[in-house]
Ligand binder design. Structure first.
Ligand code: GLY
Length: 565
């Protein structure tokens, strides 16, 4: 009987390996002989970045051009009204992290989303001005430019201005998204915005004149073109009109922060990861250590035993997330403790190889929702092998849905990433603890985890994805697929993804991409399995042994584009 079960399980491993390796949709990423590359979520933004590299700019210049272009052509997540994180690696191997995450306004308070009875007021942290943190993206790009830029600032902003002025031809997916959200955007904004000006279809030209003018101010005045003058006045006036909290003083006091990355070693590879206020870097470092100790890869790629092991690791890691992470300028994150061997042993030693641990036994909580999410990630390498990983966001699709009148851009709804009420879930079902409670000027906790991997002192890969709480687990799988299963970047990006996060006590699997035998085995171990449409939307780059680059994006998940030369 044992023998038969073993045979059955090996057979299902094999079937899974074959079916799981089938890409969602065939596509070519022939990028051999390329030594400069931009991979991002929209063709026009990828072109803006690659044109800067062709003009002799470095990866940091191209990142600035791409970030601003995404704000025009990918407005559901690309932004100037939001924030993000960057992990960079200079050609000489030095890694660094830049935090341009939004901050709570100075008038924010711990209970600003609660009613008189202490209950969360639905949607207040998600829709409209109250949901918006003080934007960080423009300051972030300006800070990056001043430290690392090589071409003139105006040259980096001009492609975005041209896209806004001349219009961008809508892809089918972008047109569908705009039609879905235009009514709520107009209603929340309180005027007829560009989004609601017509019913959109593929091929339509989306012109954003007000936003073009805002970008001209940024082009001409740098940081001050956003945080001072007309744009700032528009933000403050919009905030006042909607009884919001953002003031000129908030804009004056917004500053990006250089942070020390989280470094970790995995099987001879060196990872440079985003530190708090992202929870992702510490959690990925912790989870990789456990995966290595458990020799998880020996269970085989995406077998039931492998997915079980990942789930047990992830649910323990995410229980930590809710408890221990917050803005390092306000709370101690205990990073060294969380990554110490003693702590990891105490936390993970009770994992059983064949039985699910109910999440309720790990930590109490009550969550039953996980919703869609929008963020975007891009990866860039230049001919010198400077490398950039940026994940940037408005949080939800089109952020707070509030367009700044006169300036033409959307504000984020990042305030929902705070624990609006400790113990209650946010839109990703993530429970927040005291460490992530709202304070004036504080940054909200994030899952965004731009990552750079090196080997033997050389750049090896740039990894990142959007996906709210699933960012961390999708990145983890791409890293493991590259290193443990020796996949190409294309294979790693296209490989079927799973996700679990402590609460809800469920495993999410990409629908139709895992064999039913695997699902049955997981259920027999006591797991609740739920199929979801898709997980993550990675845009990544791998350096091949000959030094050329291989891009990875998944065409079934969006308009991701690889541009290189
Ligand atoms: N807004 C999603 C995140 O920062 O994780």
């Amino acid at each position: 009987m044992m023998h038969f079960l073993k045979l059955l399980s090996s057979l299902s491993f094999f079937i899974c390996f074959v079916s799981c390796m089938t890409p969602n949709k065939a596509y070519k990423n022939h990028t051999k002989d390329m030594h400069s590359m931009v991979v991002c979520s929209h063709p026009a933004a990828a072109k803006a970045g690659i044109d800067i590299l062709k003009a002799g700019g470095n990866a940091y210049d191209a990142a600035i051009a791409t970030q601003f272009a995404l704000a025009i052509v990918y407005p559901r997540a690309g932004n100037i009204g939001g924030g993000g994180f960057m992990v960079g690696r200079d050609a000489d191997g030095k890694c660094f992290a830049l935090d341009f995450r939004e901050k709570a306004p100075e008038a924010a308070s711990e209970d600003m989303y609660l009613d008189d009875q202490g209950n969360v007021i639905p949607d207040k942290s998600l829709v409209g001005i109250f949901a918006a943190g003080v934007p960080g993206s423009v300051d972030g790009m300006w800070t990056l430019f001043n430290e690392k830029g090589s071409l003139p600032w105006n040259q980096l902003i001009q492609p975005a201005i041209d896209l806004a002025k001349n219009g961008v031809v809508l892809t089918e997916k972008e047109a569908a998204h705009m039609n879905e959200y235009s009514v709520i955007i107009d209603s929340v904004s309180g005027f007829k915005t560009n989004y609601g000006s017509k019913k959109w279809k593929k091929g339509d030209l989306f012109v954003q004149s007000a936003l073009a003018h805002t970008l001209e101010n940024i082009r001409d005045f740098g940081r001050d073109g956003f945080y001072k003058g007309k744009t700032a006045e528009d933000i403050v006036r919009t905030s006042g009109q909607h009884q919001g909290l953002i003031t000129q003083s908030d804009l004056d006091n917004y500053h990006s922060r250089w942070r020390s990355p989280i470094f970790c070693e995995y099987k001879g590879y060196q990872l440079c990861l985003m530190p708090p206020p992202s929870s992702g870097g510490v959690l990925i470092a912790q989870m990789l250590r456990v995966m290595e100790q458990m020799k998880l890869s020996e269970k085989g790629f995406n077998t039931a035993a492998y997915i079980h092991g990942l789930t047990e690791i992830q649910r323990r890691a995410y229980a930590d997330r809710s408890e221990y992470f917050g803005d390092p300028d306000f709370v101690v994150n205990h990073v060294n403790t969380l990554l110490s061997q003693k702590y990891i042993d105490s936390k993970y030693s009770d994992i059983k190889v064949d039985k699910a641990t109910p999440s309720s036994e790990i930590k109490k909580g009550d969550v039953n929702r996980i919703e869609s999410f929008e963020t975007t990630h891009f990866s860039i390498v230049d001919k010198w092998q400077n490398a950039v990983a940026i994940t940037t966001t408005l949080n939800g699709n089109y952020g707070s849905k509030l367009v700044v009148e006169g300036s033409g851009f959307l504000l984020n709804n990042e305030m929902d990433d705070f624990s609006v009420k400790p113990g209650s879930p946010n839109q990703f079902g993530l429970i927040g603890g005291e460490a992530n409670s709202i304070r004036p000027g504080k940054r909200m906790l994030s899952s965004m985890t731009p990552t750079i991997i090196s080997k033997d002192g050389k750049l090896y890969a740039i990894v990142g994805t959007p996906g709210g709480s699933t960012i961390i687990t999708v990145n983890l799988q791409i890293i493991a697929d590259l290193i443990d299963f020796n996949m190409s970047m294309e294979e790693a990006v296209l490989a079927p993804k799973m996700h679990s996060q402590w609460l809800p006590d469920e495993i999410y699997l990409e629908k139709g991409r895992f064999d039913s035998a695997i699902i049955n085995q997981l259920e027999a171990m006591g797991h609740r399995v739920k199929e979801v449409k898709s997980l993550g939307k990675p845009d990544c780059i791998k350096v091949l042994p000959d030094g050329s680059l291989e891009g990875g994006t998944d065409p079934s998940k969006g308009d991701g584009t690889i541009e290189g030369f």
